[in-house]
Each structure stands twice: as C-alpha cells, then as structure tokens.
Design a protein around this ligand. Structure first.
Ligand SMILES: Cc1cc2nc3c(=O)[nH]c(=O)nc-3n(C[C@H](O)[C@H](O)[C@H](O)COP(=O)(O)O)c2cc1C
Length: 206
C-alpha cells in the first residue's frame, strides 16, 4: 500500500471512530438509566437525609445507595433539562453562565437532620446548576453538608470551593466532597462497580 492510500485509510478510520463516539454519546445522553427504587425501612433515620438532582439516572442511583446505607429519607430535585440535545445545550449554557434554573424539590423534613448529603452530576467541571439552586433556597443552618458528585472525567476544585462557600453562606458546614468518576464513554464503570465504590467511600463518613 502506498503512503497516500495509507494516510487516507487512517483518516477515514479516525473519522469513523469519531462519528461512532459522538453517536454513542448522543444516545447515552438521551438515556435515563433507572435504578432500584428506595424507601426507608420502618422508622427512618432522622439525623441523615439525601437530596439529589439527576438528569440521566446515575446520580440518582448513587443517591439511593447513600440513602439506603443510612436508612435515610431522600428527595429529588426536578429541573427542566430534557434528555435531548436542547436539554444538553441548556445544561451547558446555564452551567457556563452560572444561571440557576427553577426547581421543584420533593417533600423532605430537614428539621432534625444533622448531616445532609447533596448528590448531583458534574456539569462543566462544577456541580449541576439545580444543586446550586437548591442551596439558595434551603435552610442549611447548623447542618453538615457532604457533596457527592458523579462525572465522566473531572471537576475543578475552585468550583467545589465556590459551592462550599454558598453552603456556608446558608449556614451549613461543608465537610466533604466525594467525586465518583464513572469513566469516559468507552470504558465506563458498570452500575454495580459505581454502587460498590459509593458504599466503600461513604463508609468512612458514617
Ligand atoms: C452538560 C453536561 C456537562 C458535563 N460536564 C462534565 C464535566 O465537566 N466533568 C465530568 O466529569 N463529567 C461531565 N459530564 C458528565 C456527567 O457528569 C456524568 O455523565 C454524570 O454521571 C451524569 O449524571 P446523571 O446521570 O445523574 O445526570 C457532563 C454531562 C453533561 C450533560
């Protein structure tokens, strides 16, 4: 094979891999991955609670696992980021602009809660915008806050520090950030591995 032909074939192969990755990403972004339902057994733990946002289900699975570990009540934050390109585009632009969306939060009684786990995906290197919106409307006075995030790759510590400052401004004590890296598109952790890592890493926070 001559050099020109080889370069052409290589370029075509690379383009095919790129298109396949993009298509896979688009499909994954539109897919909500359900997790096992959770409700506290008997009398719930009153000292711990979990509040979470999840667009495609992974942070929801983690949030439920945290809640299950502590037999804690749990509430979901809802926000309008549909599972399509428009939703993804809005998520990117709101995250970049620090724009807070309108949210709705499931009922949860935080009065006696001592430690609150806030769970969310990372968007543009920072917790997703619905979690910031939640902090602005929640009464966190005197509560220990543990931030748990899921992401494909990485976060920026400066963004976590800024989030911690908002928590402190609302009266909470930011005590820990736990980042669960799910991995890039071709080598993502299985759901089982993600939940096993969640359990292992919250063990120290009991
Ligand atoms: C708009 C957008 C931006 C993202 N930015 C990041 C990022 O900066 N770092 C990262 O590790 N993952 C990033 N991700 C990947 C998600 O954090 C990851 O897939 C997460 O586990 C999804 O959680 P969910 O299923 O609970 O929505 C981004 C995803 C979206 C949709």
């Amino acid at each position: 094979m001559n050099t020109r032909k080889f370069i052409l074939l290589l370029a075509l192969a690379m383009a095919a891999v790129g298109i396949a990755a993009f298509a896979l990403m688009a499909v994954k972004d539109r897919t909500y991955v359900a997790s096992e339902a959770y409700a506290p057994v008997g009398e719930p733990n009153r000292a711990v609670a979990v509040v979470y946002y999840s667009r495609s289900g992974h942070s929801e699975a983690v949030a439920r696992e945290v809640a299950r570990t502590f037999n804690a009540p749990i509430a979901r934050i809802s926000a309008d980021y549909p599972l399509d390109f428009s939703g993804q585009g809005k998520a990117v632009s709101d995250a970049n602009a620090g724009e807070l969306p309108r949210i709705e939060v499931g009922h949860i009684d935080l009065d006696r809660v001592r430690r609150l786990f806030l769970v969310s995906p990372i968007w543009m290197f920072r917790p997703a915008t619905p979690l910031w919106a939640y902090v602005e409307q929640a009464n966190l006075m005197g509560k220990e806050i543990v931030l748990v995030t899921t992401g494909n790759s990485r976060f920026e510590q400066t963004e976590i520090d800024a989030f911690a400052r908002r928590v402190e401004a609302r009266g909470g004590h930011f005590i820990h950030h736990l980042f669960l890296r799910r991995g890039r598109i071709y080598w993502q952790k299985s759901r089982e591995d993600l939940l096993a890592e969640t359990r292992a890493r919250i063990r120290d926070l009991r």
